[in-house]
Design a protein around this ligand. Structure first.
Ligand SMILES: [Zn+2]
Length: 598
């Protein structure tokens, strides 16, 4: 079995499938149907909820389909066109549904109960309660219907255009590497970026420097993107502050379904334990033969030992490793892996025009999970596949639930994925025959610790200070560089001499139009999943059923409630986070011990 490609025919045959236009037409007609409803009528509010569900399913299936095609082949213009159509349709949908959402959040409790009781046509709508209760928390921050509609309409070519500019710019830049012997090599930005993840120690430093310098050439554009996105959001928050003050973190916390106290407790523990991530970095540096870790070595694969080559895995071997590790939790999890392979729901075959990265998505109409990645044969590829299959499993255990109850926030999404990584890593550690194999597994752990406990806090704190100061005016590229360097030094400390001053430009996550603070949920998911994983040993056979129950609640509870119910702990308290950090810390100590012994 070579690395497989997707069979997407479960959604549409191909881009010429007449069903696509048919679905677009049905969705457009349904969007138009909102105009005939009356937001003051409870019956019409019931109809609006039903209509919204139906349109959501069509639009999201079309959008996933277009995105899957573009991911496999970035040059697929037909897929881009379809994505553009769906984007516009989505904005029209948002505008049309807004009067009903506003009416729903302003209903009094009795009327809300009447609406959720539904009628003969709709059936019960109780599944919508959690989502509506969440929306109702924000009701004092709404603008008028007309203003909300104008915002949605303007986003297509306003806010979202910053994201397209970022993609187009980084997609078309080429960089020149200057190698140690003075020779030069030119390549696309993404190709240079992928060198940073690989074993090529001669090209990594030149690639990192070339990326930094091309980012500097275009720093005015990158600064305009960050200033534009943040400035637009701050203006919006100010307008929404008519009744209560809206903070720039509020929207992100709401989407993440966590309280500010929880975020603060987590970062307090991260700050108190900076030494754990720094030690991981210093141990990694030893394997590179440097005294501090170099920024270009941060994500590289483990350097091979003298006289031994780094191991390579075929896709078939990778799947077999994951399947066996999943089976150790429950045979049902192994069956799930077989199903993903048999139904061709994994795309892992390398293609020249394939996008970078890995993700899990789904066709919501059939609730089919899909995994995307590029198989390179390394141990990190095995773990990436396990990670994405973990997400897919999460979707799969919720497949029988109403869509509205199966939508979980990113904070809780990373539970299932990192849990899956942990299972595989532990299974391999147990089987490791010598210290070298053990070291390889712990290398992956050390790298994750550095990324999540040091690099993620840098991103969060940089963004937070930027938003605080952006209220006084735009940042110059110099200010961005200085703030990034200062934050970098504060977290990396003695583990690294150089700072990654252009990271604010090279990291795509600062330029996502739809959401800000796309960083701390990763740390949350990492530490939270460690806490869940610890329960595996404690609960034994009972664990699997409890784990599935936890996953099934992630779409209809806040993170605080999920943990209270399933783990009996309070994530607003530092103790919860400290317990996870202690587990990580023990592994880094073991990593250090093995390096010293070798
Ligand atoms: Zn993930």
């Amino acid at each position: 079995m070579n690395a497989p490609s997707w069979d997407l025919s479960i959604a549409y045959k191909d881009l010429s499938d007449p069903q696509i236009n048919q679905d677009l037409k049905v969705a457009e007609e349904k969007v138009a149907d909102f105009a005939s409803l009356d937001p003051d009528s409870l019956d019409d509010l019931i109809a609006a909820i039903v209509l919204k569900d139906q349109i959501t399913i069509i639009v999201r299936t079309l959008s996933s389909y277009a995105n899957c095609l573009s991911s496999v082949d970035a040059s697929n213009d037909g897929a881009k066109k379809l994505a553009g159509k769906v984007d516009k349709l989505f904005s029209e949908f948002e505008q049309a549904v807004n009067p009903y959402l506003q009416a729903l959040v302003h209903l009094d409790g009795n009327d809300l109960d009447t609406v959720l009781a539904g009628n003969d046509v709709s059936g019960k709508l109780e599944a919508h309660r959690f989502r509506l209760e969440r929306d109702r928390l924000k009701r004092n921050r709404l603008l008028s219907v007309g203003e909300e509609q104008l915002l949605s309409a303007m986003n297509v070519d306003g806010r979202n255009a910053w994201g397209r500019l970022y993609d187009n710019l980084t997609g078309s830049l080429s960089v020149t590497l200057t190698l140690a012997d003075g020779s030069e090599e030119s390549m696309g930005l993404s190709q240079a970026a992928s060198l940073l993840y690989g074993p090529d120690s001669e090209r990594r430093e030149p690639a990192w420097k070339a990326i930094s310098s091309v980012m500097q050439v275009h720093e005015q554009s990158f600064a305009a993107i960050l200033n534009g996105l943040a400035g637009g959001r701050l203006t919006e928050y100010e307008k929404r502050s008519h009744t209560e003050q809206v903070h720039f973190l509020d929207s992100s916390l709401h989407t993440s379904r966590i309280e500010k106290r929880t975020l603060d407790a987590m970062f307090k523990v991260a700050k108190d334990n900076q030494s754990v991530g720094r030690n991981a970095a210093l141990q990694m540096a030893k394997l590179f033969g440097t005294d501090k870790l170099k920024p270009w070595d941060e994500q590289a694969s483990m350097p091979a030992f003298a006289g031994s080559e780094s191991e390579s895995y075929s896709f078939k071997q990778g799947i077999a490793i994951i399947r066996e590790a999943f089976a150790g939790v429950d045979p049902e999890m192994a069956d799930f892996v077989d199903m993903m392979v048999d139904r061709q729901l994994i795309d892992a075959a390398p293609q020249p025009t394939k996008r970078l990265g890995a993700f899990c998505t789904k066709f919501v109409n059939t609730r089919t999970p899909l995994v995307f990645m590029t198989w390179g044969g390394s141990m990190s590829d095995v773990l990436t596949l396990a990670h994405e299959l973990g997400h897919a499993f999460h979707n799969w255990v919720m497949r029988d639930m109403p869509l509205v109850r199966s939508e979980y926030p990113m904070t809780l999404a990373e539970t299932a994925s990192i849990f899956a990584e942990n299972i595989v890593r532990d299974a391999l550690l147990e089987k490791a025959e010598n210290d070298r194999d053990k070291l390889m597994m712990l290398w992956e752990e050390a790298q994750a610790t550095l990324a999540l406990m040091i690099n993620i806090p840098v991103r969060y704190e940089f963004e937070k200070v930027f938003y605080e100061q952006r209220q006084q005016g735009e940042f110059t590229p110099d200010q961005f560089r200085e703030l990034m360097a200062a934050t970098w030094r504060e977290w990396y400390g003695e583990a690294m001499d150089e700072t990654n001053d252009m990271f604010w430009a090279s990291k795509l996550h600062f330029s996502i139009p739809e959401l800000s603070f796309y960083n701390y949920p990763y740390l949350f998911g990492y530490l939270f999943s460690k806490g869940v994983y610890a329960q595996r040993a404690v609960k034994g056979k009972q664990f699997y059923a409890d784990y599935k129950a936890l996953l099934r609640d992630t779409g209809s509870m806040t993170a605080e409630e999920v943990v209270q119910k399933h783990l009996g702990m309070d994530i607003r308290q530092p103790e919860f986070w400290q317990q996870s950090v202690d587990m990580v810390s023990a592994q880094i100590k073991e990593f250090e011990r093995l390096i010293e012994a070798g």
